[in-house]
Write a protein that binds this ligand. Structure first.
Ligand code: G6P
Ligand code: MG
Length: 216
């Protein structure tokens, strides 16, 4: 596995790491679950972190013994969830990003690290643009670029290629079990923050985003 001394590139998950859009995902899934009569709470939502929209939809339906949907219906409900999520994203501005996050990204870049976003979300580029974060990264790989979402390492392996780094030269910052697992199986250094902080899959855990400047 990757070691701190080898790291040249850092790949960041988006939702729940760079900014707290994860709370909007929860609101949108919760509203849909209520509409379908499927019990859903924040604890259930933990399993949705890092997982693609349609995989989340499948997981939601599989929680119910009575709700049976055709593929077409699942796609339509997932689109409905996304429309609600996008409406919640309307309110985000550059101030939605903690100043500590922006400062840390700047410092890491000044120290010579190559930075990427590696997210399962198809809304990544929209969010990064709206919060003026796009230019903080050398590459952005998201749900539109992959065919298998986390815990598959595809998104991180693609980001590593874009950053011209070998997997062992990459650290991954994640708030999801699925993301830490993807980093591990991709041969990268898994670093946890937020909800994943106590995960046994994490090689390092951060109390705050700014801790990264003490590690790298
Ligand atoms: C991220 C989030 C997941 C979400 C996925 C797809 O990985 O952590 O909760 O399901 O992106 O997001 P999208 O914006 O494409 O629906
Ligand atoms: Mg996340």
């Amino acid at each position: 596995m990757a070691d701190i001394g080898d790291i040249k590139a850092i790949i960041f998950d988006l939702d729940g790491v760079l900014l707290s859009t994860d709370k909007y995902h929860y609101i949108a899934w919760k509203e849909l679950a209520d509409e379908l009569g499927i019990p859903f709470c924040e604890k259930n939502n933990e399993m949705f972190r890092g997982v693609s929209r349609m995989d989340c939809m499948e997981m939601l339906v599989s929680k119910s013994a009575t709700v049976v949907l055709t593929n077409k219906e699942k796609i339509a409900y997932a689109e409905k969830k996304n429309a609600r999520y996008r409406s919640l994203l309307e309110e985000i501005t550059p101030e939605f990003v903690e100043p500590e996050v922006r400062k840390t990204l700047e410092k890491l870049r000044m120290r010579g690290y190559r930075l990427a976003v590696g997210s399962s979300s198809k809304n990544s580029k929209f969010i990064l643009k709206k919060t003026h974060l796009t230019d903080c990264f050398d590459s952005i790989v998201d749900g539109n670029d992959i065919s298998r979402s986390k815990p598959d390492p595809e998104v991180f392996l693609k980001a590593a290629i874009a950053l011209k780094a070998e997997p062992f030269q990459c650290a991954v910052i994640e708030d999801a079990e699925a993301g830490l697992s993807a980093a591990m199986s991709g041969g990268m250094l898994p670093i946890a923050i937020g909800e994943a902080k106590n995960s046994p899959l994490a090689k390092i855990s951060l109390n705050t985003f700014g801790d990264l400047t003490e590690i790298f």
